[in-house]
Design a protein around this ligand. Structure first.
Ligand code: ATP
Length: 237
């Protein structure tokens, strides 16, 4: 396939973030020598793989979904509120929340998704503030936020990196990674995502992961060189 390098693009106006995301948002502001970048993309597009490559090149990572799991850890206030919302059946024998079950429920019931997000997002944001404070001295922090656009968090970050893979590639990779999820549900989950054209439209940088892992390693190196001193003089957008 043709060589595609990550490229900087011009973004349109982003919608305003939710009020809880304004708490400590100054810690996210990139400046020369201190970059706080968001990484997002569709399911199975390769965000985690790109994030790990950037970490190997020297970036620090914050995994928003990992923090969201922490926010719902057994016996925490988030866990108690989620149990109130979903009832005791949402609990596994080891006391932890049955995340796979919750994911299926909220996939079918948007109101419950909203209610769960209203619990999880502010708590996750608080944990992120602590993690950012720990990484204060780090020149490059990549924050992996799978639902960045859907949660209207994109205006808080510069640059916003979108990891792209075609629908077919995402589907194949998800099928190989999660073979127990049915073909139908995999398709439905992919279809429910914000279209890539929209994510790309709002991105500062796009990394194409439709090729091999070797291609991706090369592109991730280019990406790292591009963003580590963002916004450098040659990268006016
Ligand atoms: P999710 O949002 O579903 O967690 P993700 O965007 O983080 O997914 P990854 O977990 O990085 O995506 O990648 C999905 C799967 O595809 C993984 O099994 C990963 O090893 C594989 N993969 C990623 N990039 C490539 C590539 N270029 N070639 C082959 N396999 C790849």
């Amino acid at each position: 396939m043709a060589e595609t390098r990550p490229e900087l693009t011009r973004r349109p106006e982003a919608p305003p973030p939710p009020p809880w995301a304004l708490v400590g948002a100054e810690a996210l502001q990139s400046q020369p020598g201190r970059v706080r970048a968001a990484l997002t993309g569709g399911m199975g597009s390769g965000k985690t793989t790109v994030a790990e490559l950037l970490r190997a090149f020297g970036a620090e990572l914050i995994d928003f979904d990992g923090l969201a799991r922490e926010a719902l850890a057994p016996e925490t206030p988030g866990w108690a509120q989620a149990l109130e919302l979903f009832g005791p059946k949402a609990k596994k024998p080891d006391n932890s929340l049955d995340r796979a079950r919750l994911a299926e429920i909220i996939f079918k019931k948007p109101d419950l998704r909203k209610a769960l997000e209203a619990i999880v997002h502010p708590l996750t944001w608080e944990l992120m503030g602590r993690r950012l404070a720990e990484l204060q001295a780090s020149p490059l922090v990549i924050i992996d936020v799978p639902l960045l656009f859907e949660a209207n968090l994109n205006s808080l970050f510069r640059p916003v990196i979108v990891c792209f893979a075609s629908w077919e590639t995402q589907y194949q990779r998800l099928r190989s990674r999660d073979p127990n999820r049915s073909r139908g549900l995999t398709k439905k989950m992919l279809q429910s995502q914000l279209p890539f054209s929209e994510k790309i439209r709002q991105a500062d940088v796009v990394i194409n992961n439709d090729g091999s892992l070797i291609d991706l390693i090369r592109r991730a190196k280019d990406l790292w060189l591009m963003i580590k001193d963002y916004p450098g003089p040659a990268k006016t957008i």
